[in-house]
Design a protein around this ligand. Structure first.
Ligand code: FES
Length: 122
């Protein structure tokens, strides 16, 4: 069971969706399914368009952090992850603050996902 709350200045209000076991995909897939306007482009961890901040609402639940090399590199290029965060993710399973929505899988925990949205929109 996972409640995922999306929040963004481009949305009129926060939206919480429930991700059921079995069909949990990436944060981006969940967002698209529920018409949450997280920007995206490559959907392959390379362009950085889908940058989000993930807040873990039950910090006691610890999951192995699955950061791919690709995601690490993209976050590094965006200046959104520090060497210390990478080390903490790898050694201590402490999730970094920023993730790429197309690379980050929803797990059995409640999270808050915030994103800036497309600033080019009126
Ligand atoms: Fe390009 Fe996620 S959509 S990195």
């Amino acid at each position: 069971m996972a409640n995922v709350t999306f929040s963004s200045p481009v949305m009129a209000k926060d939206v919480t969706v429930y991700a059921v076991a079995g069909d949990r995909g990436t944060i981006l897939a969940l967002a698209k399914e529920h018409k949450i306007p997280i920007p995206f482009d490559c959907q392959d961890g390379e362009c950085g368009s889908c940058l989000v901040e993930v807040i873990h609402l039950s910090p006691m639940t610890k999951y192995a952090v699955a950061l791919t090399e690709k995601e690490k590199e993209s976050l590094r290029q965006l200046g959104k992850i520090t060497p210390e965060e990478i080390r903490n993710a790898e050694v201590n399973d402490m999730p970094p603050r920023h993730r790429l929505a197309c690379q980050c899988f929803v797990r059995n925990e409640d999270i808050m996902v915030t994103f800036e949205g497309d600033r080019t929109l009126p």
